[in-house]
Ligand binder design. Structure first.
Ligand code: NAD
Length: 299
């Protein structure tokens, strides 16, 4: 299948690489030259623009940072975006995490042009993207979902159909709000134990086997040196950035405000990650929220 892939960042690069590995003809585009060069080495073809990457493609996949980039790509700043260059009607799959409203705006504009659009945000992080074990949470019609499934299966293991366009984003936002709460809660508990003389590895093991066990503690431990291979053990480099978590918690807050849902814990997590980012940690993995609880430790 001929697939256009737009957005070769931390996630897009391994996802596009897996599509090449599965035997698809992949044409890539990113604003960053070196990202395209890396994919070329993996066997993809690079294009000079998003429009030329999509020429003749049966499926268009985008993996961009935020809603502003997705709207900018498909709708264009002046109302002339990529959607107007897709006369051959490929299936569009946007895997970025954006607001449900942004997904619906782009989805409706696609439908007006007779194009099928799915929002398909992912869970599983860079590790899952590399291993091809991502979870895709898809919003859109049944026919589009069935058409997308074999393509998504080249990059992921669990492919869920959440509902209509935008519903994939709602589910993803709920998941990441919970993850932000769990990560900050885990960091808080570890800091309290260490402050009181416990070994973080011993405390982690105790909580893992007790009722405090959770994904952040069990597989993404935020304390450096406790878990081999974790972002915490490599100085919080790479992984899922603090700024992206802050963005997702902002999306949860906006959604809650719009639908009059109470999210006191999500709001607290949003404040913590926003503060952590404001202190210059936006480019570190989100488990670096642990540092916020360790400030002044050596005083
Ligand atoms: P990233 O910032 O590493 O990559 C984004 C890429 O998009 C960059 O290479 C950038 O140059 C490119 N880009 C931006 N605008 C473009 C345009 N108009 N045309 C072409 N390329 C453009 O981000 P990421 O970590 O890969 O995340 C992508 C999305 O996936 C985000 O919405 C994020 O919230 C979500 N996500 C990330 C993770 C993670 O662990 N990093 C996990 C799950 C979901």
């Amino acid at each position: 299948m001929k697939i256009a892939f737009i957005g070769l960042g931390n996630m897009g690069t391994p996802m596009a690489t897996n599509l090449v590995g599965a035997g698809h003809e992949v044409v890539v585009f990113d604003l960053v030259e070196s990202a395209m060069a890396a994919l070329e080495k993996e066997g993809a073809r690079r294009a000079e623009s998003a429009e030329s990457a999509c020429a003749g493609a049966e499926v268009v996949i985008s993996m961009l940072p935020a809603g502003v980039h997705v709207r900018g790509l498909y709708l264009g700043a002046d109302g002339q975006g990529l959607l107007d260059a897709l006369g051959h009607k490929p299936l569009i799959i946007d895997a970025s995490t954006i607001s449900p409203d942004d997904a619906r705006i782009v989805g409706e504009a696609a439908a007006e042009r007779g194009l099928s659009y799915l929002d398909a945000p992912v869970s599983g992080g860079i590790g899952g993207a590399k291993a091809g074990t991502l979870t895709f949470i898809v919003g859109g019609d049944e026919a589009g979902f069935e058409q997308a499934k074999p393509v998504l299966e080249c990059m992921g293991r669990n492919i869920f159909h959440a509902g209509r366009i935008g519903d994939g984003q709602v589910a993803k936002i709920c998941n990441n709000m919970l993850l932000g709460i769990l990560m900050s809660g885990t960091a808080e508990a570890l800091a309290l134990g260490v402050k009181n003389g416990l070994d973080p590895a011993v405390l982690s093991e105790i909580m893992k086997q007790s009722s405090g066990g959770n994904w952040a503690l069990n597989v993404y431990n935020p304390w450096p040196g406790v878990m081999e291979g974790s972002a915490a053990s490599r100085d919080y480099q790479g992984g899922f950035l603090t700024d992206l978590m802050a963005k997702d918690l902002g999306l949860a807050w906006e959604l809650a405000l719009k639908t009059r849902a109470g999210v006191p814990m999500g709001s607290q997590a949003r404040n913590l990650f926003a503060l952590h980012s404001a202190q210059g940690n936006g480019g570190l993995d989100f488990s670096s929220i642990q540092k916020l609880y360790r400030a002044g430790e050596d005083d």
